[in-house]
Unconditional design. Structure first.
Length: 279
């Protein structure tokens, strides 16, 4: 009798956890479609009225649209650059007998352990005083933010992707080499197709980091390279906070992340578990 009831218990537990996870997103949407007057009272859990003006004002704001485009360019470029570099680095660490490669891997990942706030002042000085050519500075540029996020994401990407590359048998490389394939052909034709699940996971995780990051973007940009997360702070003023508009922006920022995730979701589980089981 207990065994027959267990599937229902698991189903109820799964439904409960799903609702608990999705409720903050639902509540965010509820706040985004409420006028400011209603937010000073306790909003109803049920949507009885919908106030779309918050979304209209946000979408019609040309400055915010520019911030959104900046976020898309910076996040996507960062994810592509980091994924390519991490793939090549992991291939070298996995396939070549490099002296002290485990030490290199360890010291690379320790760079990611320090909080971002530790690097704020050094990066600010580098961006404003060191990396300058005439009147041009790396500060408040898209290329500067792409390189900055790549610096932070690359160690994490190597740590994430290396088990995938290690899980691909070296015998496949040797067989392709015997058949006359060059090193680049082995990487492109053999290793790359098998590493796609891990590459997808690496891409989405590094993309999400750059998309959600606030502290570095708020410090190292002023207008030209401002991202959508920094745009949220503009709705917090001395006269009050526009919670409805901020919630609308937050909901809009979820859409690109959901699209990116849906495109690679079939690789996510495979990539996270690739190489985890050893025979």
């Amino acid at each position: 009798m207990m065994r027959q009831q267990r599937p229902y218990i698991y189903l109820l537990l799964w439904l409960g956890l799903s609702l608990l996870t999705l409720f903050p997103i639902y509540w965010l949407f509820v706040i985004s479609v409420k006028p400011a007057v209603d937010l000073f009272t306790t909003p109803s859990l049920i949507l009885d009225t919908v106030y779309w003006k918050n979304y209209i004002n946000v979408i019609g704001n040309e400055t915010l649209r520019g911030y959104m485009i900046n976020s898309l360019i910076i996040s996507t470029s960062n994810a592509l650059l980091v994924t390519v570099l991490a793939f090549l680095a992991c291939y070298a660490l996995s396939r070549f007998d490099l002296a002290g490669k485990e030490n290199i891997f360890f010291w690379t990942i320790t760079n990611r352990m320090a909080p971002a706030a530790v690097f704020l002042l050094p990066f600010y000085l580098l961006f404003t005083q060191v990396f300058t050519w005439g009147d041009w500075k790396l500060y408040d540029t898209k290329i500067g933010m792409i390189l900055l996020y790549s610096t932070f994401n690359l160690p994490f990407a190597i740590w994430t992707l290396r088990p995938t590359i290690d899980g691909i048998p070296k015998e496949l490389d040797e067989a392709a080499t015997v058949d006359g394939a060059s090193t680049w052909q082995v990487i492109h034709e053999v290793v790359f197709p098998l590493a796609r699940p891990g590459l997808a996971v690496t891409f989405i995780l590094t993309w999400v980091f750059a998309w959600n990051e606030f502290l570095l973007a708020a410090t190292l940009t002023s207008f030209n390279a401002r991202t959508i997360t920094t745009g949220l702070s503009e709705y917090v003023t001395t006269t009050g906070t526009e919670w409805g508009a901020m919630a609308a922006i937050a909901v809009i920022t979820l859409i690109p992340a959901l699209i990116i995730f849906s495109m690679v979701q079939r690789h996510i589980v495979a990539g996270l578990t690739f190489g985890a089981v050893k025979e």
